[in-house]
Design a protein around this ligand. Structure first.
Ligand SMILES: C[S@@+](CC[C@H](N)C(=O)[O-])C[C@H]1O[C@@H](n2cnc3c(N)ncnc32)[C@H](O)[C@@H]1O
Length: 346
C-alpha cells in the first residue's frame, strides 16, 4: 500500500525490518535493526487478488544457480514460515525449532543479534533477509525482494524454512505473499503459529479479549482509512513509533507530529483523562515489559520507540445486552432464569 491509498493489483502491505548480516554485531547495528524492523501497513483486499505482487523478482544465486543434476534439484521443494516469538529463544515452539533444524535452507529476519547468532548455530545455511532494506528505500520494494530471495530456493528443491520474529504471519507481508505464490506453483507451503506482540500484551496487561472484544489495527492504516471502531471495546494500535513512515528510516526521530494527530483523533472519542498504555514486551528473558500509562491528553508529547504498541482500554466496560437479540437467539428464557438464580445468590 502507498500513501495514495490505492494499492496496485495484488499489492498488499508494508512491513519492514533491517539487520546487519553476519554473526557478531555492534550495539549501533542492533539499534538500527530494532528501529527498522517495525512498520507495516496492511491495506484492504487487493483489487487484483490472484495476480503476483512480485514483479521483477530478484533472483538469488544461493539456490537459483544449483546445477540441475544436484540432489536438491531432484527433491520437491517446500516452504514453511515459523516465528521466533518476541522474547529471546524462550518463546520458540518445539515444532518451529524442529523445522529450523531440519531445513536445507534457512532464511531469517529478526530484531536482535542474539537470536541471529542462535539461528545461525541451529542451521548452517542461515541467511539474513535484512539486506533487502536500505535507508530511504520503500518498504514494499524490500518485501518484494524478500519474496524473490525465498522462492527460487523452493523451486530449486530445497526444504526452505523462513523465521520471522514474533508470529510469522502477523504484520509480515512477504510470508503471506511467498506462501500464496508457492502454493499456486504446486509446492507445499505452510505457516506455523507463534507468539506475537499482541499475545504478550494480553498476558502483561491482563486483558482477555473475550471480555469486551478487541480491535487491532495498524496505526497508519487506522488513520488513513478512517477505520471505524467501538469505544466500548479494547483498541490495539500497532506501529505507533513509525506512523506514516512508508520508507525505511534507520535513525530516529520518526514522524514526531504524527502521534499528536492520532491523539487528536482519539480525543474525539474518549475523554482527555482516558488512560492509554504505550506497551513494549520484554525481548529478553530477564527483562520486564515497558508499560507506560498516560492520559490521552498527554499522548502527543510522548516519543514511542519503534517497537511500541498502543493499548486503548474500553471507555465503558460493559455494553448493554439487547433484549431483542436475546429473543432472536432464543436466549430470553434462559437469561431470565439465570438472572433469577443470581438474585437468589445461587
Ligand atoms: C512489523 S510488526 C511485526 C509484528 C510481529 N510479527 C509480531 O508477531 O508481533 C512490528 C510491530 O509489532 C509490534 N511489536 C513488535 N515487537 C514488540 C514488542 N516487543 N512490544 C510491543 N509491540 C511490539 C509494534 O507495534 C511494532 O511496531
Amino acid at each position: 500500500m502507498h500513501h495514495g491509498l490505492a494499492p496496485r493489483p495484488g499489492e498488499d502491505a508494508i512491513t519492514l525490518g533491517a539487520q546487519a548480516q553476519g554473526g557478531a554485531q555492534t550495539q549501533a547495528q542492533a539499534q538500527v535493526q530494532v528501529q527498522a524492523t517495525a512498520g507495516a501497513i496492511w491495506p484492504q483486499a487487493a483489487d487484483g487478488a490472484g495476480e503476483d505482487a512480485t514483479p521483477g523478482l530478484v533472483t538469488w544465486k544461493t539456490c537459483a544457480q544449483r546445477p540441475t543434476g544436484s540432489l536438491s534439484a531432484l527433491r520437491r521443494g517446500s516452504l514453511t514460515f515459523v516465528g521466533t516469538g518476541i522474547r529471546l529463544v524462550s518463546q520458540m515452539t518445539p515444532e518451529a525449532m524442529a523445522c529450523i533444524r531440519r531445513a536445507t535452507k534457512l532464511f531469517y529476519l529478526v530484531v536482535d543479534g542474539a537470536t541471529e547468532t542462535w539461528l545461525r548455530r541451529l542451521n548452517k545455511t542461515a541467511e539474513s533477509l535484512a539486506d533487502c532494506y536500505a535507508q530511504g528505500k520503500p518498504r514494499q520494494e524490500s518485501y518484494v525482494q524478500m519474496v524473490g530471495r525465498i522462492l527460487p530456493c523452493v523451486r530449486a528443491g530445497e526444504e526452505v524454512c523462513v523465521a520471522f520474529y514474533g508470529h510469522p504471519g502477523v504484520f509480515v507481508w512477504p510470508s503471506h505473499e511467498a506462501m500464496r505464490i508457492a502454493r499456486r506453483e504446486g509446492f507445499p507451503a505452510k505457516m506455523l503459529p507463534a507468539i506475537s506482540a499482541e499475545d504478550c500484551l494480553f498476558a502483561d496487561l491482563g486483558i482477555d479479549p473475550a471480555r469486551d472484544g478487541c480491535q487491532s489495527f495498524e496505526v497508519t492504516d487506522f488513520l488513513l482509512r478512517r477505520r471505524r471502531f467501538d469505544t466500548s471495546c479494547s483498541l490495539i494500535l500497532w506501529q505507533i513509533g513509525v506512523i506514516g513512515e512508508l520508507s525505511v528510516r534507520l535513525t530516529a526521530p520518526y514522524n514526531s507530529r504524527a502521534l499528536g494527530v492520532l491523539a487528536n483523533l482519539l480525543r474525539r472519542h474518549y475523554p482527555a483523562h482516558h488512560e492509554v498504555v504505550i506497551y513494549e514486551a520484554a525481548r529478553y528473558p530477564i527483562g520486564e515489559p515497558s508499560i507506560l500509562r498516560v492520559p490521552l491528553s498527554k499522548l502527543g508529547t510522548v516519543t514511542p520507540r519503534a517497537m511500541a504498541t498502543l493499548y486503548v482500554p474500553p471507555r465503558r466496560s460493559v455494553r448493554p445486552v439487547s433484549a431483542r437479540m436475546l429473543g432472536r437467539l432464543g436466549m430470553a428464557t434462559g437469561a431470565r432464569r439465570d438472572s433469577r438464580s443470581r438474585q437468589r445468590g445461587a
